[in-house]
Design a protein around this ligand. Sequence first.
Ligand SMILES: Cc1cc2nc3c(=O)[nH]c(=O)nc-3n(C[C@H](O)[C@H](O)[C@H](O)COP(=O)(O)OP(=O)(O)OC[C@H]3O[C@@H](n4cnc5c(N)ncnc54)[C@H](O)[C@@H]3O)c2cc1C
Length: 265
Amino acid sequence: MTDLHIVVCMKVVPKTEEVRVNPETRRLIRAGARSEINPPDMNALEMALGLKDRHGGRVSILSMGPPTFEPYLRVGLAMGADHVYLLSDPQFGGADTLATTYTLARGIQRMDGADLILCGEESSDGATGQVPPGLAEWLDLPQLTLVTDVTIDAVARRVCGRREIRGGYELLAAPMPAVVSARTACNEPRFMDYRIKRRAFEEGQVTVWRAEDLAADETMIGARGSPTIVSGLDEARVRERRREFLRGTPEEIAQDLLARLGLLD
Ligand SMILES: Cc1cc2nc3c(=O)[nH]c(=O)nc-3n(C[C@H](O)[C@H](O)[C@H](O)COP(=O)(O)OP(=O)(O)OC[C@H]3O[C@@H](n4cnc5c(N)ncnc54)[C@H](O)[C@@H]3O)c2cc1C
């Protein structure tokens, strides 16, 4: 299957420890936070590159976000992906998962579709896990979620996925094209290929599409196409725990502990 086309959806996220939320707008404050590629998306990319190693074809990276995402996505090119498509337009801002999946689906349709669409299981900032199933809905495709490994049968055009469950695993299969979400840390993403890194960063194929390039329905994108309302926001307070250090020799500490636990005769 030399013309196998795999699309990997990648999101650039603020580093988890630097995420803050604006209590008034209830939106993430991204300014000032350092970013990274959403970790499970690196696992999805590794899955795609493994399939490309075995079956040939090409891997495209698809992302919706601001132009600042671009250098992060080029890392994917340096790892072996062939093309980056960045959907970037102020009109896409404020999108909930419905508008995000609509826009990503329009991007995939603009590429004339794909044989496989790979996503991470969830993002480390929004963390809804709704994007992979949402994409499958918009594109009317079957989906395999939370898989740790995928194989494809090029002749039968079937994709098989392995999903870990309590006490074992299950094997899922679907006809291609299909949407697959990859479990976090299910594989070891390869390092950038330093022979192509420079080319990837200087001449790598990055296409930026705006709303008009996608012929997107303006009522379905960005804040306008997002019916989700964040109705409240509570900060989980860290509870200070009471603690006390026992002092003395190990024997004295053991006696003290037994006494406190009421275990001394
Ligand atoms: C009311 C509301 C307003 C919001 N406003 C904003 C806003 O102004 N700015 C903002 O940045 N976010 C905003 N968000 C968050 C935004 O909706 C989500 O980040 C986005 O819809 C993706 O959902 P998720 O992060 O839960 O992805 P998940 O479903 O958890 O992600 C699963 C996988 O889908 C893929 N994926 C997810 N997002 C993308 C993407 N953008 N590009 C490519 N692949 C992707 C990745 O492979 C990822 O691993 C808003 C959310 C709500 C509810």
